[in-house]
Every structure is written in structure tokens, then in C-alpha cells.
Write a protein that binds this ligand. Structure first.
Ligand code: NAI
Ligand code: MG
Length: 340
């Protein structure tokens, strides 16, 4: 995918999104000074002020640039009339159908040493289409899996597997969900035949959860439907240093949204102690997979690695007994490593 290299729509959002996105932007500016930023707003705060969580100007900016850096948004715990999650709406609007969530071993004390994998998650279908209803005392949710939806995300996953170790595992539960996961499995296996260079196998989602904990090193690329990918990627993030470290990138045809996996973190928001590395590593994903600047992505990831190896940690990743730094100090440490 080639996208006009210089434009990025930045949506910090709510809570710690406002704290981690400036750090990610500073890192991006350091490696790609020519990038043109367009700031836009979305989220709960925006909704409370304007009555719209995803204003028309924000949508227009996202459509025009095609590439978005998104922080996080807070959602009210109870349903609020007129409020719908802006990030879900934005993903749908840009039709970003492939969600990439890499997990690798960073030098963090409680991270697993034997993990280096990429989860490629279908991002538009499955139970997340939101077709739920009540029939008396029974609740029914529809699960949509289409050949088109499965095929397009499978192609992305196989192409990425070719750039990695050339090993891909198709995740499903087709022994129980014979029709829906049956179609998913059949479609992914058909795409596999287009990529004979990739060593392909398949596994049941529960078995993948088990093996991820026992021996994560056995996986390279995991190709999953929406719900399984959501759950397995949180598990993988926990193994690889925690939510504060976890980046993600959603890809569509000519569009992309980079966003840390974590949410608005109301328990720590406003204190300036959020870990900005998930957001910074999301920028690295933009550089690597959207702007085709693998060189710059490597530079950013090496800087992060170096800072962690020096023992610079925010509270969420600091070993017991070690004095942590705040968001700004972590940002400055990464910028210093980039300059070195
Ligand atoms: P969360 O990811 O915001 O927080 C979970 C835990 O991880 C908290 O203890 C938090 O302090 C910690 N954490 C998260 N990000 C961190 C960071 N950068 N540095 C250090 N610690 C970090 O998930 P939670 O609590 O389930 O949701 C809070 C709010 O965020 C809710 O309103 C939820 O709807 C929203 N949310 C938004 C997402 C998005 O915009 N993509 C994703 C997940 C949740
Ligand atoms: Mg999730």
C-alpha cells in the first residue's frame, strides 16, 4: 500500500490518549520531520461538549488523510442515548478490515523471553456486527462470517507472513461452529494455496490460548476471526510486557488507523504516568506497514529497546523496588536514544 507519505490525522481522544499521543507525535516528528499533522477530536469529552462523539470535521479529516493516529476514547459504563463508540464507527467508516497486533519480547522484567508473534485479526465481522436481540428471556447474537471478509484479511496475513518467518496458523473453532468457522477455515486454506512459500497450519482457538501461555514461541502469524483475535491479543500483550506496551495497526484499502491497544485508563489518567510506548510502537507500525519505511520503524523500535535496556520504566512496567519515570521522561529518553 502506498499512501501519501506526509499526511496524518491525529486524534488523541480521552484520558491517557491525551498523554501518550503527544509522545508518539514527538517521536514521529523526530524521524519524519516532513509529516503534516491534522489534529481532530473524538470521544466522550467531545460528546459531552458537542453532542457528537465523532464530529463531521473529524470524519472528513480522517477520510482526507486516510491515515489516523488514535489515542483512546472513554465509553460510559451505562448506555447513553445518542452516544456510540467513535473508534468503532471510525474503523467501520474507513473499512480497516485487518487489525495487526504484534507481541515481541521487550526487556521488561516480567515479559516472556520466547515471544515474537503477529496476530492478524479480522476487524469488521463476527459477533462484532452488533446484531443482538432479545426474544423474551432469550438473547440472540448473530455472527457474520463472509467469504469476502475472510479472504481479504487472509491475504494481508499471508503477505505479512512472507515478510516474517513464513509461518502462519489459521485459528478457528470449526469443530463446533461448522458453518461460520467452517467458511472461515475453508476460505483461509484456499488463500494459503496462493502462498506456497508460507508454512500453514490450523489450530482450535482454545488450544491456541493454552499453547500461547505454555510456549508462545511456537507461533509466528496467527490469523483469527474478530472475537478470538480480540481475546488472544490481550493474552499475548500480557505475556509481552503488558497493555501499556502493546501497539496495533488497522489496515484497509488505502486507509490505516494506528492505535495503542489500551483504553483511556481512567484510574491513572491526568497523573502523567501513562506508558507512551504502546503509542510510540504504533507509530513504528505506521512507518513499517503503511509508509513502507522499514528503516525508520527499525530505528524507533531500537530506540525503545535501548531505553528499556537502560532501565527506564514507567510504573506499569517497573520492577518492584525500582523508581519509575513519568510519561514525559519516557518520551525524552526515547528521543535521546533516537538522537544518539
Ligand atoms: P484500559 O486499557 O483503559 O485500562 C486497563 C488497565 O491498564 C488499567 O489498570 C490501566 O491503568 C492500565 N493501562 C492502560 N493503558 C496504560 C498505559 N498506557 N500505561 C500504563 N497503564 C495503562 O481498559 P479499561 O479500564 O477496561 O477501560 C477504560 C476505558 O477505556 C473505558 O471507558 C473503555 O471503554 C475504554 N477503552 C477504550 C479503548 C479504545 O479507545 N480503543 C480500548 C479499551 C477500552
Ligand atoms: Mg480488546
Amino acid at each position: 500500500m502506498t499512501i501519501q507519505e506526509t499526511q496524518l490525522c491525529v486524534i488523541p481522544g480521552d484520558g491517557v490518549g491525551q498523554e501518550v499521543i503527544p509522545a508518539a507525535v514527538a517521536v514521529l516528528r523526530a524521524v519524519m520531520p516532513q509529516v503534516q499533522l491534522r489534529y481532530a477530536e473524538a470521544g466522550w469529552e467531545t460528546f459531552q461538549r458537542t453532542g457528537n462523539a465523532l464530529p463531521e470535521e473529524t470524519l472528513a479529516a480522517a477520510r482526507q488523510t486516510g491515515v489516523v493516529l488514535f489515542g483512546a476514547v472513554a465509553s460510559p459504563a451505562h448506555p447513553v442515548p445518542g452516544y456510540r463508540s467513535p473508534i468503532v464507527a471510525l474503523r467501520r467508516e474507513l473499512d480497516v478490515f485487518a487489525n495487526l497486533r504484534p507481541s515481541r519480547c521487550w526487556p521488561v522484567y516480567d515479559a516472556r523471553r520466547d515471544i515474537d508473534l503477529l496476530i492478524v485479526r479480522e476487524n469488521t465481522e463476527c459477533l462484532y456486527v452488533g446484531r443482538e436481540r432479545r426474544e423474551g428471556e432469550t438473547a440472540i447474537a448473530e455472527r457474520i462470517i463472509s467469504r469476502h471478509g475472510s479472504e481479504r484479511v487472509a491475504r494481508v496475513a499471508f503477505q505479512l507472513a512472507m515478510q516474517r518467518k513464513g509461518h502462519l496458523t489459521i485459528v478457528h473453532k470449526a469443530n463446533i461452529l461448522r458453518v461460520s468457522d467452517g467458511l472461515w477455515r475453508e476460505t483461509c486454506l484456499a488463500v494459503a494455496r496462493e502462498f506456497p512459500e508460507v508454512q500453514t497450519d490450523e489450530a482450535l482457538v482454545d488450544s491456541v490460548a493454552y499453547h500461547l501461555v505454555r510456549q508462545p514461541g511456537r507461533y509466528d502469524v496467527l490469523l483469527t476471526p474478530n472475537l478470538y483475535g480480540d481475546i488472544l491479543s490481550d493474552l499475548a500483550a500480557a505475556l509481552a510486557g503488558g497493555l501499556g506496551m502493546a501497539p496495533s495497526l488497522s489496515l484497509g484499502a488505502g486507509c490505516a488507523i494506528a492505535e495503542p491497544v489500551h483504553g483511556a485508563a481512567p484510574d491513572i489518567a491526568g497523573r502523567g504516568i501513562a506508558n507512551p510506548l504502546g503509542a510510540i510502537l504504533s507509530v513504528a507500525l505506521l512507518l513499517r506497514y503503511v509508509w513502507q519505511r522499514r528503516d525508520l520503524a527499525d530505528v524507533v523500535e531500537r530506540a525503545v529497546e535501548e531505553v528499556l535496556a537502560q532501565g527506564v520504566f514507567t510504573p506499569d512496567i517497573a520492577p518492584p523496588g525500582q523508581q519509575p519515570v513519568d510519561t514525559r521522561a519516557m518520551e525524552q529518553a526515547v528521543l535521546a536514544a533516537l538522537r544518539a
